[in-house]
Design a protein around this ligand. Structure first.
Ligand code: SF4
Length: 153
């Protein structure tokens, strides 16, 4: 059965910048978990950032905190770790947490720290897509279900 790379916070791991999680309780997601398909990763933590940590947003090619600290290197390191894990498990697709500067798939915050979202993708999502992976948000499980049905045959 094909594996799926997922954001660790969607599986209830308290790895977010505020020490929280955002568990995905959709029955399909829980079923994939029970089937042992889900491979979790938090790119920001794997990249070396602590829990908790300052909120960060993409600003062009960089990622910075609200205080202006450049955390681009940690975000890129985490993205590379996610790519390695995806390759290692030959995942069929990826489900990441919407709106995150690492994991966002359709929207991210605009870098002004004014709670404004814009169309865009996180650093990890961008790298995984560059390497051919299909990356969906946790709000796109209808699409994931269709794709899995096609892949599993
Ligand atoms: Fe969740 Fe991704 Fe943020 Fe980690 S980096 S807390 S996995 S959204």
């Amino acid at each position: 059965m094909k594996k799926i790379l997922v954001s660790a916070c969607l599986l209830g791991q308290k790895v977010r910048y505020d020490e929280g999680d955002v568990p995905c309780l959709d029955p399909r997601f829980l079923k994939w978990h029970d089937e042992g398909r889900l491979i979790p990763i938090c790119p920001e933590v794997v990249g070396g950032l602590p829990i908790p940590r300052p909120d960060a947003q993409r600003q062009g090619d960089k990622v910075v905190t609200g205080a202006g600290v450049d955390v681009t290197a940690e975000f890129e390191k985490g993205a590379q770790a996610a790519l390695r894990l995806a390759n290692e498990h030959q995942v069929a697709l990826v489900i990441l947490k919407q709106d995150s500067p690492s994991c966002g798939t359709l929207f991210i915050y605009d870098g002004t720290f004014t709670d404004t979202k814009v169309p865009g993708e996180g650093v990890t999502t961008e790298l995984l897509r560059k390497h051919g992976y299909q990356v969906f948000g946790e709000d796109q499980l209808d699409e994931v279900e269709k794709e899995l049905a096609r892949i599993d045959g």
